[in-house]
Design a protein around this ligand. Structure first.
Ligand SMILES: Nc1ncnc2c1ncn2[C@@H]1O[C@H](COP(=O)(O)OP(=O)(O)O)[C@@H](O)[C@H]1O
Ligand SMILES: [Mg+2]
Length: 361
């Protein structure tokens, strides 16, 4: 039975404190909620937009107990939250949405690929790799270009090594940290897309229009909308997402990344139990943003209408690129979002821009 919707004035706890938490907090504030963020950093981006921040380790039971007293419901903006954190909050009587079942899947690339396989969703061929010998055998079987990825903690292309036949497996395994990994056959795709889906407490699902994503150095560079993905593929993506959302009794926003080619159709790459960088443009181009949609779901509100009203492109500002803010801020028709991060380290996501190019019918 769905419980009653959370009333404005209630406090939503967000585990994780990056830019996604920051934009979730802004959406929550717009609907009249208070947000308390939780994470190890002292002065993180999400805390700047929240009513309160608790700085503590994710497994600090005392801090989690206090946090549980302060919040009416909790969610996460980061998939590497320990499942123990969620268990502690649930034991303290705080509903956590989405349920932590999805964390076990999304924290481990091997589990994730197996989950897709079980759900009948095509993926790249994969081989589990525990050591250099496994990798050598997997490379022989792959017999072509492949990518070694650590099972855990990879993001923005980190924890990955691209390989071709003849490369030294021992060196590659070490370059990837010598940790449990998977070898993935290289997918020869035409382009990449992502589906940002949401499921409400009552089980109703809604989908944002699918963007086409380009990467630079393993990091998302741009999301273009519309994607140009054929309608049949869009339908398959929706059916896939609906089956996964229902299977996990999911509440909130879930993102699935796919490779697409005319020859092979949609191939699932990975999924994230949260709002996603490739959905930032929904703030400017849709009736309801991915952030508001997630907050609505978590609060037990009806989902908003995700309709896209404009075409356009979202571009990430990585590292020093955010230093261009004076010029960007002077560009008419460009929506600039900055994450309030101190140091513009190379490869760090500092902000993004959205430019709308046309109204869509
Ligand atoms: N099997 C693959 N074949 C071709 N390209 C890949 C493959 N796996 C990853 N990539 C490329 O690397 C990018 C990052 O990999 P991904 O698995 O999404 O890891 P993360 O986004 O967590 O760093 C993908 O968006 C894609 O461009
Ligand atoms: Mg990815």
């Amino acid at each position: 039975m769905p419980s009653s919707p959370l009333a404005p004035g209630a406090t939503i706890g967000i585990l994780g404190t990056g830019q996604l938490g920051r934009m979730l907090a802004m959406a929550a504030a717009r609907l009249g909620f208070r947000v308390e963020t939780f994470g190890p950093e002292q002065d993180p981006p999400a805390a700047h937009a929240a009513a309160a921040h608790m700085s503590a380790d994710y497994e600090d039971e005392g801090a989690l107990g206090a946090f549980a007293q302060n919040v009416d419901v909790a969610t996460y903006e980061f998939e590497n939250i320990p499942t123990k954190t969620v268990s502690i909050l649930k034991a303290a009587g705080v509903p956590v949405r989405p349920d932590e079942r999805v964390l076990a899947v999304c924290q481990d690339r091997l589990e994730e690929k197996r989950y897709f396989e079980k759900a009948g969703v095509p993926t790249a061929p994969i081989w589990p790799v525990e050591n250099a010998e496994d990798l050598a055998a997997a490379m022989r079987e792959a017999a072509g270009p492949a990518i070694l990825k650590t099972r855990r903690f990879g993001y923005d292309g980190k924890g990955q090594v691209r390989l071709k036949p003849g490369d030294d497996p021992k060196a590659a395994f070490e370059a990837c940290g010598g940790v449990p990994s998977i070898l993935e056959g290289f997918v020869d795709f035409d382009f990449e897309v992502s589906l940002i889906a949401a499921r409400g407490l009552g089980g109703y699902a809604a989908f944002f229009d699918i963007p086409r994503n380009t990467h630079r150095d393993g990091i998302l560079h741009q999301s273009h909308f519309p994607s140009g993905l054929p309608k049949e593929a869009v339908d398959i993506a929706h059916r896939t997402a609906k089956a996964i959302l229902d299977d996990l009794s999911y509440v909130g926003v879930l993102t699935i990344e796919f490779f697409w080619s005319k020859a092979s159709g949609l191939i699932a790459n990975e999924m994230a139990p949260r709002v996603h960088n490739s959905g930032h443009w929904t703030v400017e181009a849709c009736d309801t943003s991915q952030f508001e949609q997630h907050i609505r779901a978590v609060a037990g509100w009806p989902l908003g209408r995700p309709r896209r009203h404009s075409d356009g492109v979202m571009t990430n500002l990585i590292g020093a690129e955010a230093g261009d803010w004076p010029a960007l801020s002077a560009e008419p028709g460009l929506a600039l979002t900055l994450y309030g991060k101190g140091e513009a380290r190379p490869g760090r996501k500092m902000g993004h821009t959205v430019v709308l190019t046309a109204q869509s019918p």
